[in-house]
Design a protein around this ligand. Structure first.
Ligand SMILES: [Fe+2]
Length: 388
C-alpha cells in the first residue's frame, strides 16, 4: 500500500533564507515527502530484531549469471526509457521512464548486463516499494538466491531476506555502530561470503527531509585500470582473506543481550583481482571493511599494499559517483565491479528508511597472470605519455 503522505518543508529551509514569505527562497526549497505527524511512511518495513533468530548458511550453489542471456543492445530494458544519463564517465547511469516491476525476464537479463557494464543504475519514482515483499523477492531472485544478513534487521512484516536500513531518533542502532569513527567505509557488501553478492537492489522508502543519505559508488574496474600495468601484474594471482569479524564484534559490543547473531562468523579467501563472469572485465576485489590480509605476504607488506589500495579506492574521485535518493528511488548495482559507502551526513534523528535485497552470485573468478597481455598498449592515455 502506498502511504498517504504530505510534503513538509524542512525546518532548515524556513530559517536559512532569512524568513519565510510569499516567493521567498525558502518557499522554493524542495522537501522530500514525509508524514505530517512524524510517523514513518512505510510502517510495515520498520526494523525487527530477534536475538534468538538463527539461519543456516546457504553453502555452495550453481550460479548462471542472467547477464549471459542479455541482448547487448538492451532493447527490452530500454524499450520505454525516456532518458539515459551517465552520472560520471566510469560508473553510474540514471534511467528515466522504466518501471523495474514491469520488466520482462529478458529485460531483467539486460538489467544485469547493464549493471555489470555501468556499475550502478538509478531508477526514480518506482512502484517497487508498493508491490509487496513476495513480488519484490521474486524479481530480485532472478539474479541469484537471496542473502540473509547475520545481524541486520528485517521488516516487522516478515521476510528475513529483506535487509532493513533504518536510522531515526527512535532507533539509534545505526548511529551507535558508527560512534567515534568515520561513517565513510568503502566496501562491497558481504565479501566474506564464499559466493559474494552480484546484482543488488536498494529501495528507498523515506529519505531525510533535506539533502543527505546519499550512496557513494566507486568503479573497481577503473580502480584496477588506473594502476600501472606492472603493478597490476604484481596484484594478479594474489589472494586475500576477507572476514566479517569486526561487524560481529561491533554488534555484540553495541547491543549486548539484544544483539542478533543469526549466522556464524564468515572468513573467506578471494582473489585480489577478479574477472566479471559476463563482461570479462578485471576488477580490484579488496575493501577496507572486510579484507584483512594478503595471503603469503608478511604482515607489514600486506598492511602497506592493502592501505595503498584502500586509499586508491577512497581518494580517486575520478572513478566515483554519488547517488542521491528520493522516496521511491531504486539503486541497482553490481557488487563485483564496485565499492560503495554510506554518507550518514544528514541531521542526527532524521529518518532514513530503505531495504536491500542482495542476490548471491558466482565464486569470484581470479584474473589470470599473463606475461604481456597488451593492456598497456590498449591504454591510450599511457601510450600518449610514453608509459608503455
Ligand atoms: Fe553496503
Amino acid at each position: 500500500m502506498a502511504p498517504s503522505a504530505t510534503s513538509v518543508a524542512p525546518a532548515l529551509a524556513a530559517t536559512a533564507a532569512g524568513g519565510v514569505g510569499h516567493g521567498s527562497p525558502a518557499d522554493k526549497t524542495a522537501a522530500r515527502i514525509q508524514n505530517q505527524d512524524g510517523s514513518p511512511l512505510y510502517p510495515e518495513y520498520m526494523p525487527f530484531y530477534d536475538p534468538l533468530e538463527k539461519v543456516e548458511d546457504l553453502g555452495y550453489f550453481e550460479h548462471f549469471d542472467p547477464g549471459h542471456r542479455a541482448d547487448p543492445r538492451l532493447p527490452n530494458l530500454l524499450a520505454n526509457a525516456t532518458r539515459v544519463v551517465d552520472l560520471s564517465p566510469h560508473v553510474g547511469t540514471e534511467i528515466e521512464g522504466v518501471q523495474l516491476s514491469q520488466l520482462s525476464s529478458a529485460g531483467l537479463d539486460e538489467l544485469a548486463l547493464m549493471a555489470a557494464r555501468r556499475g550502478a543504475l538509478v531508477f526514480r519514482n518506482q512502484d517497487f516499494r508498493d508491490i509487496g515483499l513476495a513480488r519484490q523477492k521474486s524479481i530480485v531472485r532472478h539474479f541469484g538466491p537471496l542473502h540473509v544478513h547475520g545481524w541486520a534487521p528485517h521488516p516487522v512484516a516478515g521476510s528475513p531476506e529483506h535487509m532493513v536500513i533504518y536510522d531515526h531518533r527512535d532507533d539509534l542502532r545505526v548511529r551507535r555502530s558508527w560512534k567515534g569513527r568515520s561513517p565513510i567505509q568503502w566496501h562491497t557488501d558481504q565479501s566474506p561470503e564464499p559466493q559474494p553478492p552480484g546484482t543488488t537492489f536498494i529501495c528507498m522508502l523515506e529519505s531525510p527531509p533535506a539533502a543527505g543519505g546519499d550512496t557513494l559508488v566507486s568503479s573497481s574496474v577503473q580502480a584496477y585500470k588506473a594502476l600501472s600495468p606492472r603493478f597490476r601484474k604484481r596484484l594478479e594471482g594474489l589472494t586475500a582473506i576477507h572476514s566479517n569479524n569486526d561487524g560481529v564484534t561491533q554488534e555484540l559490543k553495541n547491543n549486548g543481550d539484544k544483539a542478533v547473531m543469526r549466522r556464524r562468523e564468515l572468513v573467506q579467501e578471494h582473489p585480489v583481482v577478479i574477472v566479471h563472469p559476463v563482461t570479462r572485465e578485471k576488477a580490484l576485489y579488496v575493501n577496507p571493511v572486510y579484507t584483512k590480509r594478503i595471503v603469503g605476504f608478511d604482515q607489514e607488506e600486506s598492511d602497506c599494499i592493502l592501505q595503498f589500495l584502500f586509499d586508491h579506492i577512497a581518494k580517486r574521485q575520478d572513478f566515483q559517483c554519488r547517488v542521491r535518493y528520493e522516496p521511491g528511488t531504486v539503486l541497482v548495482w553490481d557488487q563485483r565491479v564496485t565499492n560503495h559507502s554510506q554518507t550518514l551526513d544528514y541531521p542526527a534523528g532524521a529518518r532514513r528508511h530503505a531495504f536491500r535485497l542482495t542476490p548471491l552470485a558466482n565464486v569470484p573468478i581470479p584474473a589470470l597472470v599473463e606475461e604481456d597481455d597488451g593492456e598497456c598498449a590498449k591504454d591510450e592515455a599511457r601510450v600518449q605519455l610514453g608509459l608503455c
